[in-house]
Ligand binder design. Structure first.
Ligand SMILES: Cc1cc2nc3c(=O)[nH]c(=O)nc-3n(C[C@H](O)[C@H](O)[C@H](O)COP(=O)(O)O)c2cc1C
Length: 287
């Protein structure tokens, strides 16, 4: 596999030390890693640690233009195949949710077209604050993927949800992302057991494309490649968000969903031709 470029944006949380380990793990896994830091992140760890681990320059000053042929933050935004913000502070999540571009990290995040994964880490009460939850919800809607914090002992002394996910786990997710292992994972959200949902499921099964279908009544498609999850309409959005978390490169398509189901990032399929086009893209290795 061609070497992939990962831009690791490090913001100022106590878990910055874990981002050093993450840089090392990603580099060892064969990725080309560049690190960008906020001023707050530099209060915790010197850029030198990241420079040594990544074997690349570390970036933190938007106005430090080392190469006169390019604008550094645009160049890095375009260079990255994937951007990971780890740890992602409450502050940076808030800025991103509102479109701020007041430092090199936030400016680069607005300029990139690469997928961006956010790995929040903070005190459990911060993580539960309505403003933080609102920003996270907005970022979900904007198409960001989250690496959820895990539960455990937090540096602030509390035990709860807020720990940055372990570097090994993040590295495994990144490796899976690029190995296309998850490329073929497709979730069809169908509010009801409609004829369209049934036709799509049968078509995918015939084309040997595994499919998970989430709906509120079973389809009449019994096929080993079609896994059905029956749930209430209210539970559908949380189910899809959890599925996305588990399958960061998975594809969510929706047919016949009601307004109660909020899936801003799902691909809406209106007929079988739409489903055929998606399948063709998957089989070409696109998406
Ligand atoms: C010791 C210490 C630990 C901190 N840990 C966190 C943290 O884990 N998560 C967080 O969101 N903010 C944390 N903060 C607060 C951030 O550093 C602060 O909000 C800062 O403005 C973040 O800036 P940035 O988002 O530009 O990096 C911590 C501050 C201190 C002094």
């Amino acid at each position: 596999m061609e070497q992939k470029n990962i831009l690791l944006c490090v913001t100022g949380g106590i878990a910055v030390y874990k981002a050093v380990a993450l840089t090392s793990k990603l580099t060892q896994a064969g990725f080309n890693v560049k690190v960008m830091m906020t001023d707050a992140a530099r209060e915790f760890v010197q850029p030198l640690s990241f420079q040594v681990m990544s074997k690349n320059d570390v970036f933190y000053d938007t106005f430090d233009e080392k190469d006169s042929r390019v604008i550094a933050h645009i160049d890095l935004a375009d260079w990255a195949d994937l951007i990971i913000v780890a740890p992602a502070t409450a502050n940076t999540l808030a800025k991103l949710a509102h479109g701020f571009a007041d430092n090199m990290v936030t400016t680069t995040l607005l300029a990139t077209q690469a997928p961006v994964w956010l790995a929040p880490a903070m005190n459990v009460h911060m993580y539960q604050h309505p403003a933080v939850l609102r920003n996270i919800e907005q970022l979900h809607r904007d198409g960001y993927r989250f690496i959820e914090p895990s539960e455990g002992y937090l540096a602030c002394g509390y035990v709860g949800k807020g720990r940055l996910e372990e570097p090994e786990k993040i590295t495994a997710l990144v490796t899976a992302h690029f190995a296309n292992q998850e490329q073929a994972k497709v979730l069809l959200v169908s509010g009801q057991a409609s004829l369209l949902a049934q036709t799509i499921a049968s078509y995918f099964a015939q084309a040997k494309q595994p499919l998970t279908v989430v709906n509120n009544e079973p389809l009449a498609v019994a096929h080993p490649l079609v896994e059905e999850v029956t749930t209430s309409v209210e539970e559908m959005t949380p189910y899809v968000l959890a599925w996305q978390n588990e399958h960061p490169t998975g594809i969510v398509i929706s047919a016949d969903v009601t307004e109660d189901i909020m899936l801003p990032f799902a691909i809406i399929v209106k007929n079988l031709d739409g489903a055929k086009r998606i399948l063709a893209r998957i089989q070409e290795g696109g998406q």
